[in-house]
Design a binder for this molecule. Structure first.
Ligand code: ARG
Length: 463
């Protein structure tokens, strides 16, 4: 047990208590951020005349040595230390002696951990944004190739109206673009430096908090030291954004699973992204999509856990906050992994275009357009709706599509039908006459695709 405190204690910590309290098992994840924060702090202390230049240089060299040794594997982060902050400080003192004891001047582990977690989360937010950006590129590529690939659009999971694959993919482009932008918003709000908040009430040392914030690439220092040490809103926002991303991925996964089913066969998942069954040789399972859908619950869980952990905490720092780490790390790893895996699956997936078009054709997805044809020839919409309803019933009984009916059969339903009905209800017409902004018609889609291309090329970095 190597602890940073103990002066006012007369007894050693019980081992179970020590283990229960320790965070080194998981907070070593932000070792690099802890070192970076300490380096900035020390530079600021020297600039303010609180440390000498020699002390600063010794500490910086010591910190760099620790970082190098850990990265090269010659120094191990062990459970002997309570947390990553103690590990770094104890090693620094071992290495450079008394100057090392000055590192913690004007600082508390409360603002230190607040800084480390914020720095780590900030880089994760950027990482998620990059992964999403790549996913957007993958989706856009599929869109560009499929502006004429007809498929059924669904409501209530029932075939509704014909759309194109580009149009369907475009809906996901919109979702993931909002997610990407949401991360940018979070970044803007979270990028303030809590270091210098002290334990809760700032410090009597003349710290230059603006300078430390600048060294660590923050927009500036946080403005209230109690909030500085106890704010975890940015994490909640990030977990909420990750939950929304997972919800989108989960909906998409559900569609992949349906499209991959024997009944649909709209897609073929690449062998590299599917798995087999130990007993049924014919199986090729969409496990990646199922796992992404399943892991969504885990990320939601992290958001609920942290909200619940935070809800009863009085100001300022309380040890409850140590609980922010494991669940957040798990959610970050899970969501980032899912984006990457899903992206790879999508990139390598092939689309069975003939099946998609045939499915649209045989699902009466042109029924609305058939009714519109009658309306355009003077039949009131409500009557047209009734006539086409009877047409559909007739087709179901005969197991045919509307287009398969002869003109004679159609005329029996309504004398208004003429030869041009076939062109009016062809899949191609149904889709390409829908040209309002956001609709699937080829010309409308092409305009949207142009704007997406511009977005993908120019918004590499939304921060
Ligand atoms: N491991 C602690 C955490 O994660 C670091 C801060 C400890 N501060 C304290 N006063 N005990 O929150």
């Amino acid at each position: 047990m190597a602890q940073l405190w103990g002066g006012r204690f007369t007894k050693a910590t019980d081992q179970l208590v020590y283990d229960f309290n320790a965070s080194i098992g998981f907070d070593q994840r932000f070792f690099a951020e802890d070192i970076a924060g300490s380096k900035a702090h020390v530079k600021m202390l020297a600039k303010q005349g609180i440390l000498t230049e020699k002390e600063r240089d010794d500490i910086l060299a010591g910190l760099e040595g620790i970082q190098r040794d850990v990265e090269e594997g010659t120094l191990e982060i062990t459970k002997e230390y309570e947390d990553i902050h103690s590990f770094v400080e104890a090693n620094l003192i071992d290495r450079i002696g008394d100057a090392g004891k000055k590192l913690h001047t004007g600082r508390s582990r409360n603002d230190q951990v607040a800084l480390d977690m914020r720095l780590y989360t900030r880089s994760q937010v950027q990482h998620t944004q990059k992964l999403l950006h790549h996913l957007l590129e993958t989706i856009l590529h599929i869109m560009e190739e499929n502006t004429t690939t007809i498929m059924p659009g669904f409501t209530h999971l029932q075939k509704a109206q014909p759309i194109t694959l580009a149009h369907h993919m475009g809906a996901y482009f919109e979702m993931f673009r909002r997610d990407e932008q949401r991360l940018g918003d979070i970044y803007k709000r979270m990028n303030y430096c809590p270091l210098g908040s002290g334990a809760l009430a700032g410090t009597t040392y003349p710290l230059d908090r603006e300078y430390t914030a600048e060294l660590l690439d923050f927009f500036g220092p946080t403005q209230n030291s109690m909030d500085g040490v106890s704010d975890r809103d940015y994490l909640i926002e990030y977990l909420s954004a990750l939950s929304t991303i997972m919800m989108h991925l989960s909906r998409f996964s559900e569609e992949v699973i349906i499209w991959n089913s024997n009944e649909y066969q709209f897609i073929e998942i690449d062998d590299a992204y599917s798995t087999g069954s130990s007993i049924m040789p014919q199986k090729k399972n969409p496990d990646i999509a199922e796992l992404v859908r399943g892991k969504t619950g885990r990320v939601y869980g992290a958001l609920m856990s942290l909200l619940t952990t935070m809800k009863g905490i009085p100001l300022a720092y309380n040890k409850d906050m140590q609980e922010d780490k494991e669940l957040s790390f798990d959610a970050m790893d899970t969501a980032n992994g899912c984006i990457q895996l899903f992206d790879g699956m999508l990139e390598t997936m092939s689309f069975n275009k003939d099946r998609m078009e045939a499915s649209a054709k045989h699902g009466f997805t042109n029924a609305t357009d058939a009714a519109d044809y009658l309306v355009n020839h003077g039949v009131p919409f409500r009557d047209a709706h009734g006539i086409i309803g009877r047409v559909v019933l007739y087709c179901i009984e005969k197991n045919i599509a509307i287009d398969d009916m002869s003109l004679e059969e159609l005329k029996q339903m309504s004398p208004v039908f003429e030869e041009d009905i076939y062109d009016a209800i062809s899949m191609d017409t149904c889709v390409n006459k829908r040209l309002t902004i956001g609709a699937p018609g080829k010309e409308a889609m092409e305009k949207v695709i142009e704007s997406y291309k511009e977005y993908v090329q120019n918004c590499q970095n939304v921060f």
